[in-house]
Design a binder for this molecule. Structure first.
Ligand SMILES: Cc1cc2nc3c(=O)[nH]c(=O)nc-3n(C[C@H](O)[C@H](O)[C@H](O)COP(=O)(O)OP(=O)(O)OC[C@H]3O[C@@H](n4cnc5c(N)ncnc54)[C@H](O)[C@@H]3O)c2cc1C
Length: 249
């Protein structure tokens, strides 16, 4: 058994991302070609940022789709990756439990379980039993059917837990990333995917601060909390805002 922790790196991203978004914005309103806009070195960076922000704030967000980021993520649980892949406007390549035999069950332990001695002991005990059972099942099936590899692993994996570590490569465009951050940086999101979202956000802020520095959980943009009675209290709920407006009217 091996305890794993989150690691995220950017493998690649669209070169000159601000210039690409700016050219896409300008193409919509200019008789000239995006090629000449892209190659024009005389446009000051501030002017590009100002136009991009103006276009995006009007709700015209498709220029963001021309810029993509590819992340290598490891040290997340299958519970977390299951939530991640619910975001459909992205590309994923995930380590296979059919082809990769888990010799030494890598796992993620949630902080509230880790800090309680009794809970941690129970958790580790369960992982240890599952690891042993997985190994035994693989051996039994290999001996019974004279097969190795995915024909055996694909069924032995049925007993692996949600805590099992996974590795995944993810590509998202900037528009989808903003949507992802607005939903998953929320304090109501589950802790592991929230940690992942914040690490990804930090990385893209380093590359494209003009777009991502202002991004946070969606309450910041909305001015209210859409989580209803489960609010963290940072912003008023929608109901409170509406009630306030009615009282003022
Ligand atoms: C706090 C929180 C709690 C959650 N709890 C649960 C839960 O209990 N159970 C559960 O099943 N899920 C849950 N989810 C997952 C959630 O329902 C979404 O599946 C997930 O957040 C992906 O978001 P999305 O569908 O907006 O985004 P993406 O798949 O990333 O899509 C981006 C946007 O594209 C558009 N879009 C994409 N595909 C379609 C389509 N087929 N039709 C129309 N428009 C589309 C939508 O506007 C969508 O918002 C939870 C998510 C959060 C953040």
């Amino acid at each position: 058994m091996r305890k794993k922790t989150l690691k995220v790196e950017i493998l690649a991203y669209t070169p000159n991302p601000l210039d690409v978004i700016y050219s896409a914005c300008r193409q919509c309103y200019s008789p000239s070609s995006a090629i000449s806009v892209f190659c024009d070195e005389n446009v000051p960076r501030e002017k590009k940022i100002s136009l991009v922000k103006k276009v995006l704030s009007s709700g015209h967000e498709s220029p963001l789709e021309h810029v993509s980021f590819t992340f290598a993520i490891e040290g997340i649980s299958r519970a977390c990756s299951h939530q991640l892949v619910r975001h459909r406007l992205a590309s994923y390549s995930q380590q296979s439990q059919r082809y990769v035999r888990l010799e030494d069950l890598p796992f993620i332990i949630p902080p509230i379980i880790e800090k309680n001695d009794t809970a941690r002991e129970k958790f580790i005990e369960a992982i240890s039993i599952l690891e042993k059972t997985y190994r035994e099942l693989v051996t039994i099936l290999e001996n019974e059917y004279g097969e190795k590899g995915e024909k055996i692993l694909q069924d032995a994996r049925y007993i692996l837990p949600n805590a099992c570590e996974t590795k995944i490569v993810v590509t998202m465009n900037a528009r989808e990333l903003i949507h992802f951050f607005e939903n998953r940086c929320c304090s109501r999101a589950q802790w592991e995917i929230r940690n992942l979202a914040y690490q990804m956000l930090e990385l893209v802020r380093g590359i494209l601060p003009e777009i991502f520095n202002d991004i946070e959980a969606k309450c910041a943009r909305l001015g209210y909390c859409p989580e209803g009675p489960f609010t963290c209290g940072k912003y008023p709920t929608k109901e409170e805002v509406l009630k306030n407006d009615r009282e003022k009217a």
